[in-house]
Design a protein around this ligand. Structure first.
Ligand code: MOS
Length: 749
C-alpha cells in the first residue's frame, strides 16, 4: 500500500515561524539586550566635509557627571586595519579605522566618542565636545565626470577593467545603424533607511570580545573584528538574533563596531552604541549617484545592432565600493555589438555601499528606459521590442542560461495586466477623469551561492533543531530553514527550532546578494542526511530494534520514520521511537555546501529574470501622480515560501515607487552635509504610496543552484521597476524624465 505522503513544506504559502515572537515583542533586536553595568556611547561627527581638525576640546565633556570616557585619536588605543584575504573574508566597508588621522573627508565622520552611564549623558557629552577645523570647500558636485584613472582599477570587487564587457564593434555599428538613440540617465544618491538603525553592543571578558550587532553578516564581522583588535578568530563572537532590515547597509561592518569595541576595552564595561536616524545618513553607506549614457542602434524593424552603456558613479575619498551598473547589461538582450564601460569620481561623502540590487538596479533603470524610448521611437510595442531581441544564450560569455523564461514572464505579465488594451498615444487612456499611463520593463538579478554550513539535530521529543551562522534580516530565513529541515526530516514546522545569528554556530552566508536561501539549501539537506545516516546506524545496532541484523543501507528514511527498503513503509518506525529505544537524546549531522563563485569552468550563466507592468494615474489639474497598479512576474526558480516570496517582491515594488518618485539624498554644496537627513525630509514610499501589487512566480526549478532549484528573490523586484514607472509617466504626461526621482515640477512643463 503506498504510504500517505505528507505534503512537502517547500513551495507553499508558509506563515513566518518567527512571526509570533515579532508581534508579541519577544524577538530581541540588538538594542533589546541589556547587560549589568552597560554604558552608552554617542559618536561626535565632524561638522565639515573636508579639511583638518586643528583642535579637539574634550575638557567640558570629560568633567560632566556620569561621563566615563571621551575617546579620540589621542587615546583610542591600537586598532588595526582590516584586509580581506584568503579564507578570511574581513571585508569592512570603510577601510580606515576610526580616528586614524585628523583629516576630515566627509560630513559626519566620527571624530570622538562619548561614553557615559546613561544615553542622555552620553548625548550631552558628545554635544559638549568642540572641534576647530581648517576647512576646505568640499566636493559634492552633482555633475559626474570620470576621474582620470588607468584602464584597470582596484575596487571592492578586486581589480576591474573599465571596459567591462565588449563584443563586435559597438561604435561602428552604432554609426551605421538606421535608428539611433543616445540618452543619459541619472540616479541620485539614495540612503538605506531600515526601520532599525545600526546598533552594536561590545562586551569584553579578558581577551574575548562579544559583539551584539545588527548585521547582515556575522561571520564576516567576526573576521573584521578579530583583525582590527589583533585577536584569534575564536576569541570573537558576534550575535544577531533579529534585524530590522538593512537593505545592504548592514552587509559589511562600519566603524561604529570597532568604536564600540574600543570603548568597551577602555572603560572595562559593556558599551552600547545605537545610531540616531540623522547619523544613518553619514557613515553607514548610501547608493552612489550614477550618470549613465546609453546608446542604442537598431534596424527599422527593431532588431538591436549596437548597445553602448557608459556610466560614471561616485565614490568616497578613500574607499572603492563598485556600483556595477553594467553587470546585467551584456546579456539582457541579443545584440552583436556591445560595449560597457565605467568610470568613477570621488566626492566628500561617506563610503558608498551595496543597496538592494546594487549596480544592476540603477543600471537596468538606464538600459530598460532606453529600450522603452527606442520602442516609442520605432512606434513599436515595448513588449514586442523585447520579444524580438530575446537572446538564446548569454552572449557575453557564450554560455547557455541555466533557466531563462523571460518571454513567458512578459506573456503572463501582459495577460494579467491587460496590456492588449493599451493605446499607445500619449494621454490617450482615461479612467474616472484621470489620465492613465502604462509602462513595462524587464529585470534580472544574479543567481549564485556562497559557501554555507549547517547543523541539524533530530531529538527524542520528536523535534528537530537546525542551526547556521547566517541571519534573518526580515526576509524569512528562519522560516526557510524550518521548511528545508522539515522537508528532509518529516518533522512538522511547528516542531522545528531554528537557530541563527551567532558565530558559535556553523559558518553561514551573508544575508546579501539574494543568496542566503539558495546557499543554505544544500548545506541543510546534507546536515539532515548525515543525521539520518547516524539514525540508521543506531537502528541496526540498538538491542531490541526491529532493524538489528540489517545493514544501514538496507534502511530508508522517509517522512520522519525508518523502514526496510525491502518491506516499504508498512512496518516503519518513527525516529522518536528509535531514539528512545536507544536511550539517546538525539542524533545530529553537519552539512556543507561550497560557493559557486570561481567554480572551474561554469557551464551555465545563472540569473533570475522577470518583468513589471505598471499603471500610473495622472490628475493634471492638481498635478497628482500616483502609481496605481503593478503586475510583476518573476522567474526565480523554485520559490520555497510563496507567501514570503510575494512579500519580498511587493516590498521591492514599493521601494521602486520610492526610487522612481521620492528618494534622493541631497548634500549641501557649502558644507557637504546631507540636508534631508530625517524620515520627514528623506521620503521613502509608505503604505499610502503603495499601489495594488499582483505578484506571480514562474516555477522552474534551477538545479544548477541547489537541490530544490531555488534562486534568490530579495533584490530582483527592485530591478526594472523605476524604468517601467517613468515610461508610464511618459505615456500619461508626455514628459520624459531621465533623472530620478520624477518630481512634480518636472511634469508641469
Ligand atoms: Mo543586499 S544590497 O546584497 O543586502
Amino acid at each position: 500500500m503506498p504510504m500517505q505522503q505528507q505534503t512537502s513544506p517547500i513551495g507553499r504559502d508558509t506563515v513566518r515561524v518567527d512571526g509570533p515572537k515579532k508581534v508579541t515583542g519577544l524577538a530581541q533586536y540588538t538594542s533589546d539586550f541589556h547587560f549589568p553595568g552597560m554604558l552608552y556611547a554617542v559618536p561626535v561627527g565632524a561638522t565639515i566635509a573636508k579639511g583638518n581638525i586643528t583642535q579637539l576640546d574634550t575638557s567640558a565633556a570629560e568633567t560632566m557627571p556620569g561621563v566615563r570616557a571621551i575617546l579620540h585619536r589621542g587615546n583610542i588605543g591600537k586598532i588595526f586595519r582590516s584586509i580581506p584575504g584568503p579564507g578570511f573574508s574581513g571585508i569592512c566597508e570603510e577601510r580606515r579605522p576610526p580616528f586614524e588621522d585628523d583629516v576630515i573627508r566627509y560630513y559626519g565622520q566620527y571624530i570622538a566618542l562619548a561614553v557615559a552611564e546613561t544615553f542622555a549623558t552620553a548625548k550631552a557629552a558628545a554635544d559638549a565636545v568642540s572641534a576647530t577645523y581648517a576647512t576646505e570647500k568640499p566636493n559634492v558636485e552633482l555633475q559626474l565626470v570620470a576621474d582620470e584613472e588607468p584602464d584597470e582599477v582596484m575596487t571592492t570587487f578586486g581589480p576591474m577593467k573599465r571596459v567591462e564587457s565588449e563584443r563586435g564593434d559597438a561604435e561602428a555599428a552604432f554609426a551605421s545603424a538606421p535608428v539611433k538613440l543616445d540618452h543619459t540617465y541619472i540616479t541620485p544618491f539614495e540612503t538605506h533607511n531600515p526601520m532599525e538603525p545600526h546598533s552594536t553592543t561590545a562586551i569584553w571578558e579578558g581577551s574575548t570580545l562579544t559583539l551584539y550587532e545588527s548585521s547582515q553578516g556575522v561571520v564576516n564581522l567576526r573576521s573584521v573584528l578579530a583583525q582590527m583588535f589583533g585577536l584569534p578568530i575564536e576569541n570573537v563572537r558576534v550575535i544577531t538574533k533579529f534585524v530590522g532590515s538593512g537593505f545592504g547597509s548592514k552587509l559589511w561592518p562600519w566603524t561604529l563596531c570597532p568604536l564600540a569595541a574600543a570603548a568597551a576595552r577602555q572603560v572595562g564595561a559593556p558599551v552600547r552604541l545605537v545610531l540616531a536616524r540623522k547619523m544613518m545618513f553619514h557613515a553607514v553607506g548610501h547608493r552612489p549617484r550614477t550618470q549613465q549614457r546609453v546608446r542604442l542602434g537598431a534596424t527599422k524593424e527593431g532588431k538591436l545592432l549596437s548597445l553602448q552603456h557608459d556610466y560614471v558613479y561616485t565614490r568616497s575619498m578613500l574607499d572603492a565600493h563598485h556600483e556595477g551598473c553594467g553587470e546585467g547589461t551584456p546579456f539582457q538582450y541579443s545584440v552583436p555589438n556591445l560595449r560597457v564601460t565605467f568610470g568613477r569620481t570621488k566626492r566628500n561623502i561617506g563610503g558608498g555601499a551595496d543597496m538592494r540590487g546594487p549596480g544592476r538596479v540603477p543600471g537596468l533603470y538606464a538600459v530598460e528606459s532606453a529600450i522603452n524610448e527606442l520602442a516609442r521611437e520605432l512606434n513599436m510595442d515595448p513588449v514586442q521590442l523585447r520579444v524580438i531581441n530575446e537572446p538564446q544564450i548569454d552572449e557575453s560569455r557564450g554560455l547557455p542560461f541555466s533557466s531563462r523564461h523571460m518571454l513567458e514572464c512578459l506573456q503572463l505579465g501582459a495577460e494579467k495586466f491587460g496590456w492588449s488594451k493599451r493605446t499607445s498615444a500619449v494621454g490617450s487612456m482615461k479612467r474616472d477623469g484621470l489620465t492613465l499611463g502604462w509602462g513595462v520593463a524587464a529585470c534580472s538579478w544574479i543567481a549564485s551561492r556562497f559557501a554555507a554550513a549547517a547543523y541539524i539535530q533530530l531529538r527524542d521529543d520528536g523535534s528537530c533543531r537546525v542551526a547556521s551562522a547566517t541571519q534573518d534580516i526580515g526576509t524569512g530565513t528562519y522560516t526557510n530553514l524550518a521548511q528545508l529541515a522539515s522537508e528532509k526530516t518529516g518533522v512538522p514546522l511547528n516542531k522545528v527550532e531554528v537557530a541563527l545569528g551567532d558565530t558559535a554556530l556553523p559558518e553561514g552566508p551573508i544575508s546579501g546578494g539574494s543568496m542566503a536561501t539558495p546557499s543554505l539549501v544544500n548545506a541543510v539537506f546534507a546536515a539532515a542526511e548525515q543525521a539520518i545516516e547516524s539514525l540508521k546506524t543506531v537502528a541496526v545496532s540498538t538491542p531490541g530494534s526491529r532493524f538489528v541484523g540489517h545493514q544501514p543501507d538496507d534502511l530508508r528514511f522517509d517522512n520522519g520514520a525508518l523502514f526496510l527498503n525491502a518491506e516499504g513503509p508498512a512496518n516503519q518506525v518513527p525516529f522518536v521511537d528509535l531514539l528512545r529505544q536507544a536511550n539517546l537524546r538525539m542524533v545530529s549531522g553537519n552539512g556543507q555546501s561550497p560557493s559557486r563563485f570561481g567554480e572551474e569552468k561554469a557551464k551555465f550563466s545563472t540569473q533570475s529574470f522577470g518583468c513589471h507592468f505598471v499603471e500610473v494615474t495622472w490628475h493634471s489639474e492638481i498635478a497628482r501622480l500616483r502609481v496605481s497598479r503593478v503586475v510583476s512576474v518573476i522567474d526565480a526558480g523554485k520559490i520555497i515560501n510563496t507567501l514570503a516570496g510575494r512579500n519580498q517582491i511587493q516590498g521591492a515594488v514599493v521601494m521602486g515607487v520610492g526610487m522612481a518618485l521620492l528618494e534622493s539624498t541631497e548634500y549641501d554644496p557649502q558644507n557637504g552635509a546631507p540636508i534631508n537627513s530625517s524620515l520627514a525630509d528623506y521620503l521613502v514610499a509608505v503604505n499610502a504610496d503603495s499601489p495594488s501589487i499582483d505578484v506571480h512566480f514562474l516555477d522552474y526549478p534551477d538545479k544548477e543552484i541547489n537541490q530544490v532549484g531555488a534562486r534568490g528573490i530579495g533584490e530582483i523586484g527592485l530591478a526594472g521597476i523605476a524604468a517601467a514607472i517613468t515610461d508610464a509617466v511618459h505615456h500619461a504626461t508626455g514628459v520624459r524624465v531621465r533623472e530620478l526621482p520624477v518630481r512634480i515640477e518636472d511634469l508641469l512643463a
